[in-house]
Design a protein around this ligand. Structure first.
Ligand code: COA
Length: 260
């Protein structure tokens, strides 16, 4: 598939995916979701790709939400599909066992904020703005904010944002836990790459297994989650990387991980 609404740049062992409709503030239309879905498939299938950075083209927006022009044509039947389609792509992104970091470079509104929330970690530029403005359009969030936002920031803050439609700036988003870190705009991508490269210098099996266990906690009661963690811990104790990591520590040198 030829991409026209996203950019897919493989940089060694990570990929930079850029939402690329800057004249529409990277609004998420059907074509963009289809391409993002295809990009996720490429990421899943490519063993060389160990991490993902997701950002928006231009200096103004990460994504200003679902494409309102397309949304306007929805009715009570097609609206369900509209919501499910984007939601499934975002769930698939979240379910990647490779770290996905959102580099939020401007507006992250509605579906843009929801897309950022379906990434595992969020960094933002100082000019970023977050919000769920759907009530201004007579609807509710349709790509997961009613579910993910309370889990991230607590019910009261989530409701404050969802019921008011108000925007918050990057520092407020950092304060409530919606964003991990805020950087000046020109440092956002370099700092995100630096962070990704630090992760990739670790045992990549350990990284993906840790991610797997944390994601699995959504579906398990604590007692099962603890058991799952122990089994995964044991599995990793049987790997080359574990022997190498512990040996390197004891020999006071840097480990040479192989991802095996
Ligand atoms: N869907 C479709 N097009 C969008 C869009 C969206 N969600 N958000 C912005 N655009 C388009 C605008 O229509 C405009 O296109 P045009 O130049 O062809 O008229 C272009 O992007 C630039 O947006 P504009 O509104 O002129 O920029 P601004 O700086 O004045 O305002 C926002 C920025 C983000 C405050 C404003 O665009 C906005 O409120 N967008 C909608 C946010 C929203 O409600 N998202 C939830 C959707 S469910």
């Amino acid at each position: 598939m030829e991409f026209t609404t996203i950019l897919f740049q493989k940089e060694g062992n990570y990929v930079l995916v850029t939402l690329n409709r800057p004249d529409k503030l990277n609004a998420l239309n059907f074509q963009l979701f289809t391409e993002l879905n295809e990009a996720i498939k490429l990421i899943e299938l490519d063993r060389e790709i160990k991490a993902v950075i997701l950002t928006g083209a231009g200096e103004k927006a990460f994504a200003a939400g679902a494409d309102i022009k397309e949304l306007h044509d929805s009715d009570d039947i097609t609206g369900v599909h509209f919501s499910q389609y984007g939601s499934k792509v975002m769930l698939r992104l979240e379910n990647l066992r490779k770290p996905v970091i959102a580099a939020v470079n401007g507006f992250a509104l509605g579906g843009g904020c929801e897309l950022a929330m379906s990434c595992h970690i969020r960094f933002a530029s100082e000019n970023a703005k977050f919000g769920q403005p759907e009530v201004n359009l007579g609807i509710i969030p349709g790509y997961g904010a009613t579910q993910r936002l309370p889990r991230l920031v607590g019910r009261a803050k989530a409701l404050e944002l969802i019921l008011s439609g108000n925007m918050i700036d990057a520092y407020e988003a950092e304060k409530i836990g919606l964003v991990n870190k805020v950087f000046p705009q020109n440092e956002l991508i370099p700092k995100t790459i630096e962070f990704v490269q630090n992760i990739l210098s670790k045992g990549t099996l350990a990284v993906s297994t840790a991610l797997d266990c944390v994601l699995a906690s959504d579906f398990m009661p604590l007692i099962e989650g603890l058991e799952y963690e122990s089994r995964m811990f044991g599995k990793l104790c049987g790997t080359y990387d574990f022997k190498e990591g512990t040996k390197a520590f004891l020999e006071k040198r840097k480990p040479n991980f192989r991802g095996e």
